[in-house]
Design a protein around this ligand. Structure first.
Ligand code: 5GP
Ligand code: ZN
Length: 112
């Protein structure tokens, strides 16, 4: 837990955010500013600054994130049509420096 990290505070329950799904190692929450009809963030409970750092730190946590993505996609009815995005670095649009992946769907997504 990193006290000044928004997603650590959401994981800890200090900042309320309803969970779409949860596993032992990850949570799934709806993005506060959705870019598609379904826009869920899958967030590992362990604090790492980005997805690459998470991969280096724990393959179990990394695998758990993607397993939960699959469950969320199924639950949201977008198992066959969705996009997974992981921004790394400010230059790529990362604004919360606790690893997470975006799960987007529920509409026709542009090619990029
Ligand atoms: P990033 O830009 O780092 O890839 O993604 C961070 C995402 O977190 C953004 O899409 C933003 O809308 C979302 N976000 C920021 N603050 C909150 C919050 O307090 N609650 C939730 N559920 N999402 C948030
Ligand atoms: Zn954190």
């Amino acid at each position: 837990m990193t006290a000044d990290c928004l997603f650590c505070r959401i994981v800890a329950g200090d900042v309320p955010s309803p969970r779409v799904a949860e596993s032992e190692r990850s949570i799934a929450i709806r993005d506060i500013n959705p870019a598609a009809p379904v826009h869920v963030l899958v967030v590992p409970k362990r604090h790492e600054p980005d997805i690459g750092a998470l991969a280096r730190s724990s393959t179990e946590d990394l695998a758990d994130v993607f397993a939960l993505v699959g469950r969320v996609a199924e639950q949201e009815g977008i198992a066959t049509d969705h996009r997974i995005v992981a921004n790394t670095g400010r230059g790529a649009g990362q604004s919360v420096f606790h690893a997470h992946v975006h799960v987007l769907g529920g509409t026709e997504l542009a090619e990029r």
